[in-house]
Design a protein around this ligand. Structure first.
Ligand code: NAD
Length: 368
């Protein structure tokens, strides 16, 4: 809806300004600006599991540019509970069978796909075909090829696609991007990063099934280590060599438990990273020519901490998901590129694909 408005405003600027006095134009524009640009965009969450329930819906109570307008769930009791808790009208509640009818619902501007990984591609493409802008959770899809299909589908539909990379809105991580990319302490000379947790969940969960999750700790947690390295350097890796460790093969029958890698960047600079479903890691350590900076915990929803040359970073904790969704809503309103588009998810999945190839071959693999 806001997009339509934006287009009409832009068209108005383009066509209506000809021959119009500056004053009249100014007042016409300010009355337009006063009407719908401030309208909150409606988000529908697809999949009401832990992340939607524990993080996204609560965050949507703190957003300025968007609100929780609808839900898509296969469980009628959840639909009833959420409708009551969040005051969601019946007409904005869908299930997986009637999902495509959302195309006719003007309350929903953005569809947020919060499903197990194997469903990301299908629902992103269906959402775009329904004419909605899309946020898709990480990891973007089962592999890079699927990411490309998702990007193409959104492009064809003329809709924006963003990935749920909340840390691009988190102050400590933003500072690391600044320090590294702008070489504030000189050139980066070393990066080591790890992310993981000790899996104590359901042994039959989708996260442990290769066909549903695409992989284990690497897909779920390692994506943050890969992201952290890429956004510290502001460069794209070209090759990778990985090894893995399995201490609980009974649990991690189909997916990786702990993965270690060395990643090469143009010019030969190498970084180290790791991911795990069996270690509690969350750190990013960087050495530069004239100092050090680090984050730890680096990648969680809150409690993020960091230091520069041993001095604590003075930044607050924020509701990352609220900042992330507000930013995307504003990008949609202004037809401005998101800083975390589908292409960003694709870049990470190319690295992940190369890690799995390296685990199979035992060799360095090109990232392409
Ligand atoms: P979850 O298992 O708690 O929830 C998944 C939801 O999908 C459930 O409500 C389930 O009923 C529904 N679902 C629909 N069809 C399904 C099917 N065929 N099989 C299984 N479930 C089905 O998972 P979650 O932790 O909420 O994760 C969902 C997505 O969010 C994942 O992509 C995950 O990586 C991502 N996530 C992101 C973050 C983050 O910090 N950005 C954090 C947690 C999870």
């Amino acid at each position: 809806m806001a997009t339509n408005h934006k287009f009409s405003r832009r068209d108005f600027i383009r066509t209506g300004s000809v021959g119009m006095g500056a004053l009249a134009l100014g007042s016409a524009l300010s009355s337009l600006a006063a009407s719908s640009p401030q309208k909150k965009l409606g988000i529908a969450l697809v999949g009401l599991g832990n992340y939607s329930n524990g993080q996204l819906a609560p965050a949507l109570q703190h957003t300025q540019n968007c609100y929780l307008a609808g839900i898509v769930t296969g469980t009628p009791s959840k639909a009833a509970d959420w409708a009551k808790r969040y005051n969601i009208p019946q007409k904005n509640i869908y299930n997986y069978q009637n999902f495509d009818e959302i195309a006719h619902n003007p309350d929903i501007d953005i569809i947020y796909v919060v499903l197990p990984v194997f469903l990301h591609k299908e629902y992103t493409i269906r959402a775009a075909k329904a004419g909605k802008h899309v946020i898709c959770e990480k990891p973007m899809a089962l592999n890079a090829g699927d990411c490309e299909d998702m990007i193409a589908a959104c492009k064809t539909a003329g809709r924006m696609l963003s990935i749920g990379y909340r840390l691009h809105f988190e102050p400590h991580n933003l500072e690391v991007m600044r320090l590294g990319q702008q070489q504030i302490l000189g050139k980066v000379t070393k990066i080591d990063t790890g992310n993981g947790f000790t899996y104590r969940g359901d042994p039959n969960a989708w996260r442990l099934k290769k066909a549903m999750a695409g992989g284990g700790g690497l897909m779920d947690m390692g994506i943050y280590s890969i992201q952290g390295t890429r956004y510290t350097l502001g460069q794209e890796p070209i090759a990778i060599k990985a090894t893995q460790e399995k201490t609980r093969p009974d649990l991690f029958k189909e997916v990786d438990e702990t993965v270690f890698w060395e990643m090469e960047f143009p010019g030969g600079f190498k970084t180290t990273g790791k991911s795990s479903y069996n270690h509690d890691w969350s750190y990013l350590k960087v050495d530069a020519e004239h100092g050090k900076f680090e984050l730890g915990p680096a990648f969680g929803y809150g409690g993020i901490d960091g230091s520069v040359n041993g001095k604590p970073m003075p930044y607050p904790q924020i509701i990352q998901q609220a900042a992330q969704m507000d930013d995307f809503a504003q990008c949609v309103r202004l037809n401005k590129p998101t800083r975390v588009p589908g292409e960003e998810g694709l870049k990470d999945m190319k690295v992940v694909d190369a890690i799995y190839r390296s685990l199979d071959s035992g060799k360095w693999e090109k990232i392409s």
